[in-house]
Design a protein around this ligand. Sequence first.
Ligand code: UD1
Length: 416
Amino acid sequence: MEKFIVTGEVQLKGTIRTDGAKNAALPIMAASLLCRGQSIIHDVPCLRDISIMQDILTLLGAKITREKNTLVIDTTHIDKPEVPEHLMREMRASVFLMGPLLGRMRKVHLSYPGGCAIGPRPIDLHIKALEKMGAKVRECFGYIEMEAKALHGGDIYLDFPSVGATENTIMAAVLAAGTTIIRNAAREPEIYDLQSFLNKMGAKISGAGTDTIQIDGVRELRASEHTIIPDRIQAGTYLLAGAITAGDVVVKNILPDFLFSVINKLEEIGASIETGTDYIRVKAEKLRGVDIKTLPYPGFPTDLQAPMLSFLTIAQGTSVITETIFENRFKHVDELARMGAKVKVEGRTAVIRGVPKLTGAVVAAPDLRAGAALVLAALAAQGVSEVESVYHIDRGYDRIEEKLRTIGAQIVRINS
Ligand code: UD1
């Protein structure tokens, strides 16, 4: 088990580059199953979730090579429509394989997915959409079997703009007969990136980034080359690392539009923000609390709720955070209390009373984003902190400690 040792109260200063987005790379890797040939994908981050997806694709029959951050995925021979249970359990994003496998093999067999323990994460919307396109679904003993001899287009309304359900439906629809419309679709930038990748392969998709997406089915797709968009959640985390240490940090390789809601909140808090075409700079000194509600994009991202909460523990006054997307997303709060934070959680709301200082403590990362939040708190805290269970953090941040050291953080990884 590895942990981070962090010496806090060092102002972070300098420039940090964002990697490609994990949440765009995962569905795009799954989408490579929809053609026969070699897809070349650049800027794929080196993360545990990406390795799990690589393992799954390899088991299905794909041949994958990695040269730095470029993946070459050869999907000429895919012979299994089955995802092994132990890999499904490791990562919720394995559910993205449903749409592509159904599209390519016309059947799929998998168990319910795992992932972060951030509350119940049903897949009813995915299943309803695929059923509407002609898939016959059987669920028994924790397994889902789907078959669709002839997949057809459909007019689909999502009860909630689910990112995964939107992506799965797009991937199933590209090779279906006729036109599919997805209404109340999620609008996240990662969905636009999936559309770009699939359209390069010969798909006919329009509307990604809005709440109505149209997919005209085609007979086949060809392999193509694509560069993954930058990771807005990673970029937001590094901006908050700059802000929580009252530093001056430039985050490069990020479109400011992706983080509009976050930039807006940082300004409301009193931070000074400068943006360019591909960077955001944050400078922060005395900061005040704000109220935040997480919402589907372009609202404030649930994935940055935990890092933002850490920051608000030392902002002046009282802040209120309402989490509307996932339950159990306040698991970092008990750990932050060990560092002196004053936070009260009731249901989906956290009330944060800012304290002048946090103090170093031994804490454990309960999940990916909550883990990143604890690293941020440790960077600001007086004295030394230990952050345990860093494997959660490694699922979403490629060597976070090395990146943070380049802007002055005192953080090392050790084996405990
Ligand atoms: C994706 C992101 C995750 C992010 C989340 C919300 C990836 C790999 N993960 O997750 O980092 O936190 O979007 O921005 O891209 N829901 C249902 N039924 C369904 C599907 C979802 O009720 O069939 C609910 C979920 O329980 C949750 C909400 O919808 O409350 C949002 O989930 P969704 O947008 O699907 O998130 P993911 O795609 O799992």
